[in-house]
Design a protein around this ligand. Structure first.
Ligand SMILES: [Zn+2]
Length: 118
């Protein structure tokens, strides 16, 4: 008898599915796994955007419109952290993400001020 490799439920061989690692999986576990993988992917993207704000901030000294982008990224990072908390899954590195995004936005603001002064 085939059983799900994750939860151990007996599977109808005609309905057995395989996950991406080739393990037998029931419909429920397969869907759960895909949802989790999707969350992990979007979380990785959100983290890359947060830390990328430092690069944007540095770049804004050479290309002014980027300074506006740093404010947008900061807003996105704060919104992303809040929605994760609201979903009951706070991000372990929420503090450092916001910190880095704030530094990026401060660089963006500094480049704007420099531009006005010079
Ligand atoms: Zn299962």
């Amino acid at each position: 008898m085939a059983t799900c490799g994750t939860c151990g439920t007996a599977l109808d061989p005609g309905k057995a599915l395989y996950d991406e690692t080739g393990m037998l999986s029931c419909d429920r576990c397969l869907t759960l796994g895909q949802v989790r993988a999707g969350h992990a992917r979007s979380n990785t993207n959100a983290r890359a955007i947060a830390y990328g704000n430092l690069v944007l901030g540095a770049g804004s000294f050479f290309f002014t419109p980027l300074s506006i982008a740093t404010f947008g990224v900061l807003a996105f990072v704060v919104g992303n952290v809040r929605s994760s908390e609201a979903q009951g899954a706070p991000l372990p590195d929420a503090g450092s993400r916001i910190f880095v995004a704030v530094i990026g936005a401060m660089l963006g603001a500094a480049s704007l001020v420099l531009r006005l002064v010079m």
